[in-house]
Ligand binder design. Structure first.
Ligand code: CA
Length: 341
């Protein structure tokens, strides 16, 4: 996720205290922070026992991490909580399309090589990088260590997930010789042009320039290849579209459709949903997508590729923004870069 919230260093408790006690409180908080983050000891012991990491190294690194309230604020109010008509405007807009076409023009040979190798369309790879980091212009300004410690130890709702990612980050840092205390990323600890969280970095990043390491910041071949590999491994099918337009949905259709196709195109037609199947076999797996437009619901047929994009970010809004930005990029590239249809 693109990080649009600036970092603040205030401790959460500060806000609750009157100025009268602020000085005393500041002293007490300093004392409690130096005693370590809650759960840090247990975490370090587990990482040492299970994975053989040096317990003192892990302890010192975590002690050096800083809780940041702005990280909690950012994850509590993600862009994906906006309605579709507002969310869309952030990403499917002229500046983001212009930037993508320029990026495509500047790196055309590489992008086409990546697309051919992984069999994922160039415009989809670019749209992901465009939505995630504005083509690498904003890869995040939080220390990954601060983000993962803050969410792993101070955000109970997702603490289990993020402390696992913190453990993954310790491994990743060793494997790829990334300086643990310096690497920057999003408020959720996502890194590089494609914003990979540590477990995804370890599992899906590729060394596409064959340099011997996977560098998702400074190596465009690695960064773009890794996005394409992620989509390929999660099932991208370059013979199928991502979505189809819907003409109408019958009143009273009360099924809660999931992003993962649970039906076929034929079954959706039989439910009374009207759309052009675009020559696809009627047993093609599909689902119905509902988005919140300004004047009521907006519907699309989602094929498995739509679901594959949600493996990158679970929000259907995200997947639809990527899909529409990709379509805009492809249309412009066909005209301006003389691409074949
Ligand atoms: Ca490399």
């Amino acid at each position: 996720m693109v990080n649009m919230i600036t970092s603040t260093r205030a401790h959460p408790m500060i806000n609750r205290l009157s100025t009268r006690f602020a000085m005393l409180a500041g002293f007490l908080i300093a004392a409690s922070v130096s005693a370590g983050h809650p759960g840090a000891d247990e975490f370090a012991r587990k990482l040492a026992d299970d994975d053989g990491l040096d317990i003192e190294y892990v302890r010192r690194a975590i002690d050096g991490a800083e809780f940041q309230q702005s990280i909690i604020d950012a994850i509590t109010r993600p862009a994906e909580s906006k309605p579709w008509h507002e969310y869309r405007k952030i990403f499917v807009r002229d500046t983001r399309i212009d930037g993508g076409v320029e990026f495509w023009r500047a790196n055309r040979a590489l992008i086409e090589r990546v697309a051919a190798e992984f069999r994922v369309p160039a415009e989809v790879i670019l749209a992901i990088v465009g939505v995630e980091t504005n083509y690498g212009l904003n890869t995040g300004s939080y220390r990954v260590l601060d983000a993962l410690v803050t969410l792993g130890f101070y955000y109970p709702k997702r603490a289990e997930f993020f402390s696992r990612e913190l453990a993954q980050y310790f491994h990743l840092s060793r494997e790829e010789s990334l300086p643990l205390e310096e690497i920057k990323g999003s408020y959720a600890g996502a890194m590089g042009l494609g914003q990979f969280i540590p477990s995804s970095y370890r599992a899906y990043a590729v060394d596409f320039d064959e340099s011997g390491s996977r560098d998702l910041w400074r190596s465009l071949p690695d960064a773009l290849g890794s996005v394409a590999n992620y989509l390929k491994v999660h099932g991208w099918n370059d013979q199928l579209p991502t979505v189809l337009p819907v003409r109408s949905v019958p009143a009273g259709l009360d099924e809660a459709f999931k992003p993962k196709p649970q039906h076929t195109l034929g079954e959706l037609q039989a439910m009374g949903i009207e759309f052009d199947p675009a020559g696809l076999a009627l047993d093609t797996p599909a689902t119905l997508i509902e988005l919140e437009a300004t004047d009521g619901p907006e519907y699309w047929i989602g094929l498995n590729n739509f679901y594959v994009i949600t493996r990158y970010n679970r929000s259907p809004l995200y997947a639809m923004a990527v899909t529409q930005l990709a379509d805009e990029l492809a249309a412009r590239a066909r005209r301006e870069l003389a691409l074949a249809d």
